[in-house]
Each structure stands twice: as structure tokens, then as C-alpha cells.
Design a protein around this ligand. Structure first.
Ligand code: UFG
Length: 327
């Protein structure tokens, strides 16, 4: 079995690469190394390639044929909401263009199994306690829109030429399965808090006047190793003849507030994490927690780690460094 992992040198991709290797599979990583790091992929074959480039289809088709690729896990994409608002055409070109190139190459090479990195950003700002899979399609920024369109493209390829397709909609990913595979970017709550603590500054809370029990936003934090395991479960699901669903939340069903996350970082690090309260950040929903019922029932996958394990692994990885890739 040979699996191609696009974006396999990135934070989540590298965890999936390692798990695939541990179960004895051959792995080919396609990554442009714009944010990824080649040292993260162990013994996998690395092909340095920008999926969204005009000549990517031929190159990708060649890679799949040469290595006898059976299935693809597609991570390679841009993922910053704010940047997508500033540069929408570039986000569509990168994320939708990259997906279109990938699907064309898969059809050319006769590779018919794909697990796609989708996002809770496909839900926008749902006004519910627990989001279920049927509520998608309401993205509120270009990043989320590219994920909605990516799912459409995957489905359309299923109809057109029999692609076997699963989209995994990630909630808030944090932690590290191995200290050297920690999140190298300082773009989300946990690394942003750790970064400020390292500089001797106080963490920031963007708004404490939301309609939640402690006034701060609630999210569904998922350990990156649990998330990586969901990809292997999805690959196995694509082997089944009977497949009734093509999009799954990868969440825990339990929310944690910004304040709870910051307190947990204080416990794990032993550092005083008294925060500064800042104004609300535009576009933040008060509550976004995913129902894990469908993925548990269908793929037999369930998150194992809770917030303490997520944060202690993030802290351990942060101390191991290297870090701070800001784009
Ligand atoms: N936050 C702070 N202080 C910080 C950093 C973040 O209070 O220093 C707050 C944010 O305002 C938000 C919460 O922490 O309320 C989580 O913020 P993140 O930026 O870590 O994550 P988001 O929920 O905003 O975004 C995540 C993914 C996106 C995805 C989005 C939609 O990072 O890629 O979920 O589901 F689009």
C-alpha cells in the first residue's frame, strides 16, 4: 500500500505520515516546503512541488504512476482566515486550484481514494450547541469557502469518475503526538499564548463579554494525534464497498473556553498566565463545538485525549522547538 500525502511536511500531515509508516505503509509526500519542514517526514519519499502551479497536473500524475500510489491524503493548502479575507483570489487559486489539479492527476493516474482536509470553517457561525455534518455550506470567509468548494469538487469527481472521497472537518487542533512534531506556526490560541509567555508577556483574551459561562469563546479542541488517527480510519473506510457518508466532524463534542485553555497552560507550564482582556476579534463565533456522533458510529473513531493531555503535549513540544513559522 502506497499513500501520497500532500502537505505531509506540515504540522498535521507529518503526524499522519508517521502513523502510516508505523503501520508499514509506503508514503510519498508532496510538499512545496513553504511552511513545511522536510525533517518531519522520516523515511518518506519527498517530492517538492507546488500543487497549485500550472504544470502541477503532469508532475503529479507522474509521481502517482511512478510510485504506484493507491490513495491520497490531501492537506496542502493555505489556512489563515485573515489572509484569505485580504487575498481571496490567491486563496481560491491555491486551495481550489490545488484541489482541481490533484483530482485531475488522480483521474489520469487511476487513483480513486481521497481523504480531504476540510474545516469547521465550512459551518460559519452556526447558532447551535453542537454542530452536525448537515449544517455545512455557510462559510463566512474565503478560506472556509475554499473548503466548501473542495468538498463539492470531491463529490463531483465521485459522480463523474468514481472517486471514493471523504472530507474530514477539523475543529481546533492543538498538541503534539511527538515533541518534535509540534505546531511550528504561531497562529492559533495555544501557540499564541505560549509565544507570549516565552516573551515574558501576558496572554491575550480577545473578548470576555460573549454569552458563554465565563464570557470567553468556546471551541472544540482536538489532539493532533487523535486527528491523525481519524485519517487512517477514513482511509480504511474508503476500502469498504458500502459508504453512506462523505463528510465527518473531527471533534470531541466537548467545548473549552479561551479562559479554560489559558488556565490549563498555566497548570502545565507552572507559569502565571493571568491574561489581558482585549476587544473581541471580528468574526469569532461565541461557540463552535462539533458533534462526534457520525464519525464514531461510522468510522469507529473517537478522540481519546482531553484538554490536559493536549496542553501538556503542546507545552512539551514548545520547549523542544524549533518553532515560529509566521506564515
Ligand atoms: N484567542 C484569544 N487569544 C489569542 C488567540 C486566540 O483569545 O491570543 C481566541 C480567539 O479569539 C478564538 C479562540 O481563541 O475565540 C480560538 O482561536 P484560534 O485562532 O485558535 O482558532 P479559531 O477557532 O478562530 O479558528 C480555527 C482554525 C481555523 C478555522 C476555524 C473555524 O484555526 O482554521 O477554527 O472553525 F477556520
Amino acid at each position: 500500500m502506497t499513500t501520497l500525502v500532500t502537505g505531509g511536511a506540515g504540522y498535521i500531515g507529518a503526524h499522519v505520515v508517521r502513523l502510516l509508516q508505523q503501520r508499514g505503509e509506503d508514503v510519498v509526500v508532496v510538499d512545496d516546503l513553504s511552511t513545511g519542514d522536510a525533517s518531519r517526514i522520516g523515511g518518506a519519499t519527498l517530492v517538492e512541488l507546488d500543487l497549485a502551479a500550472c504544470d502541477a497536473v503532469d508532475a503529479l500524475t507522474g509521481v502517482m504512476t511512478k510510485h504506484g500510489v493507491d490513495a491520497v491524503v490531501h492537506f496542502a493548502a493555505r489556512k489563515q482566515v485573515g489572509e484569505s479575507v485580504a487575498r481571496p483570489a490567491w486563496y481560491y487559486q491555491q486551495n481550489v486550484g490545488g484541489m482541481a489539479n490533484l483530482l485531475t492527476a488522480m483521474e489520469n493516474a487511476g487513483v480513486d481514494r481521497l481523504v480531504f482536509s476540510s474545516s469547521a470553517a465550512t459551518y460559519g457561525q452556526p447558532d447551535v450547541e453542537l454542530v452536525d455534518e448537515k449544517m455545512a455550506g455557510h462559510a463566512i470567509n474565503p478560506y472556509g469557502e475554499t473548503k466548501v468548494v473542495g468538498e463539492w469538487l470531491g463529490r463531483a469527481a465521485g459522480v463523474a469518475w468514481g472517486l471514493r472521497f471523504v472530507a474530514l472537518r477539523y475543529f481546533n487542533v492543538a498538541g503534539a503526538g511527538w515533541p518534535e512534531l509540534g505546531d511550528p506556526a504561531v497562529l492559533n490560541l495555544v501557540p499564541m499564548v505560549l509565544d507570549r509567555l516565552e516573551r515574558g508577556e501576558r496572554p491575550k483574551i480577545f473578548g470576555d463579554d460573549y454569552p458563554t459561562p465565563d464570557g470567553t469563546c468556546i471551541r472544540d479542541y482536538i489532539h493532533v494525534l487523535d486527528l491523525a488517527k481519524a485519517h487512517l480510519a477514513a482511509l480504511d473506510y474508503l476500502d469498504h464497498d458500502e459508504r453512506h457518508h462523505d463528510a465527518f466532524n473531527v471533534g470531541t463534542g466537548t467545548g473549552s473556553s479561551v479562559r479554560e485553555v489559558i488556565d490549563e497552560i498555566g497548570r502545565a507550564s507552572g507559569i502565571d498566565t493571568t491574561p489581558d482582556i482585549e476587544p473581541r476579534r471580528p468574526g469569532d463565533p461565541a461557540l463552535l463545538v462539533g458533534s462526534p456522533v457520525l464519525i464514531e458510529r461510522t468510522l469507529g473513531w473517537k478522540a481519546e485525549a482531553g484538554l490536559p493531555e493536549i496542553i501538556s503535549s503542546a507545552w512539551e513540544a514548545w520547549q523542544a522547538g524549533p518553532r515560529r513559522i509566521d506564515d
